[in-house]
Ligand binder design. Structure first.
Ligand code: ZN
Length: 156
């Protein structure tokens, strides 16, 4: 059986080798750009919201392995979900990554996203993992771009 650290490394490697939903949607209803100056992660999200649910989502950009894996996994998890449920996930992922939610003992809807639970012990990488989620929220509220620094800092 793989321990959580091995599983985490496997997931990061797999999503970097074969990022899911990589590219841009031609018929996107929402777009957002996310920047994490701390690491240099720079991503673009495009999504199609239809009937209050995420009908399609894609990402592209230049980012580190953690950010890329988080974005890739995020697209697979949120596709088909209602926007309200996705906003709940965004909050839970942020809480887990910053150590405010302990997925082993607290209720959540994170499912296989809990593979990122250990990120809270790597403070310099927390924003890398959160950036795609932060950018997704910005897309929902029709903000053209967001950053992990300054007033929009999702960690502070
Ligand atoms: Zn990064």
């Amino acid at each position: 059986m793989m321990d959580s650290k091995q599983l985490y490394q496997e997931v990061i490697l797999d999503h970097n080798r074969k990022p899911r939903n990589y590219g841009a949607l031609a018929d996107a209803t929402h777009r957002s750009e996310g920047l994490n100056p701390l690491c240099g992660d720079h991503i673009w999200l495009s999504l199609k919201v239809d009937g209050g649910a995420v009908a399609g989502i894609a990402f592209e950009g230049q980012s580190c392995a953690i950010c890329k894996a988080s974005a890739s996994m995020m697209t697979t998890v949120v596709k088909g979900k209602a926007v309200g449920d996705v906003e709940t996930l965004i909050g839970e992922f942020r809480a887990m990554a910053t150590g405010q939610l302990e997925p082993a003992t607290q209720a959540h809807h994170l499912g296989r996203l809990t593979v990122f639970a250990g990120i809270k012990d790597l403070p310099s990488r927390v924003k890398c993992a959160i950036l795609p989620w932060h950018t997704l929220h910005a897309a929902f509220v029709q903000e053209g771009s967001t950053t992990t620094e300054g007033e929009a800092d999702p960690v502070s």
